[in-house]
Write a protein that binds this ligand. Structure first.
Ligand code: GTP
Ligand code: MG
Length: 195
């Protein structure tokens, strides 16, 4: 797909608000500010579709986007935001757990990792949750434009090493820049190829 046939469907704050699982679904998880909304904008060719901002923790709902008439793209709330009140964090953890373990049409989770930072403890928690929910996940490295070629390999090796410990991890990484467009076509092809 070229991504142009996309729309915002709805934001969900509780399980009973989820749209019917009548089509293939992929979700995007990652720390606050890692670039989830920007990646969805780049994938769909629509700059303002998923709101992207400098304010961490801005995406507070599970946001559903349609992609052609065949897929849902799901923007999950960012995690690891230090200033979020604990009850809020716990509410989202519960919703996230239920969503990940109960969504039969979810084909793959993309776990976004900032190319400057590598895998953090909170990322490992999500990966373990995906392992136990038996949701195959694939790591998407974001903001690749912010890291020099020669500095990249060390982080990528750290990520590969971490992934080797997660049974639900798909071993191949996707290196992206929503800003420059790197890796976007590759990621589209991966999504289109899921069955
Ligand atoms: P939350 O919704 O708060 O969890 O954040 P998010 O993961 O959706 O991040 P978002 O897409 O809002 O991006 C956060 C910031 O990073 C914004 O200022 C983006 O412009 C910037 N950003 C995202 N992707 C890239 C990228 O590929 N390259 C560069 N240089 N900046 C990026
Ligand atoms: Mg966002």
């Amino acid at each position: 797909f070229d991504g142009s046939n996309s729309d915002f469907l709805k934001g969900v704050v509780a399980m009973d608000g989820l749209p019917a699982g009548d089509r293939m679904e992929v979700c995007f998880a990652g720390r606050s500010n890692v670039g989830k909304s920007s990646l969805i904008n780049a994938l769909t060719n629509r700059k303002g579709l998923a709101r992207a901002s400098n304010t961490p923790g801005r995406t507070q709902e599970i946001n559903f986007f349609t992609l052609m008439d065949s897929h849902y793209l799901v923007d999950l709330p960012g995690y690891g935001y230090a200033n979020a009140p604990i009850p809020v964090v716990e509410k989202w953890q519960r919703l996230l757990k239920r969503y990940l373990s109960g969504r039969a049409n979810l084909r793959r989770a993309f776990v976004l990792i900032d190319t400057r930072h590598g895998v953090k403890a909170v990322d490992e928690e999500i990966m373990s949750l995906l392992d136990s929910s038996a949701v195959t996940f694939q790591v998407v490295m974001t903001k690749a434009d912010k890291v020099k070629d020669k500095d990249r390999e060390k982080t990528l090796n750290q990520v590969r090493e971490k992934l080797s410990k997660h049974p639900a991890a798909y071993p191949e990484l996707v290196l992206t820049s929503s800003e420059k467009g790197d890796g976007i076509a590759t990621l589209r092809a991966i999504i289109a190829g899921l069955d």
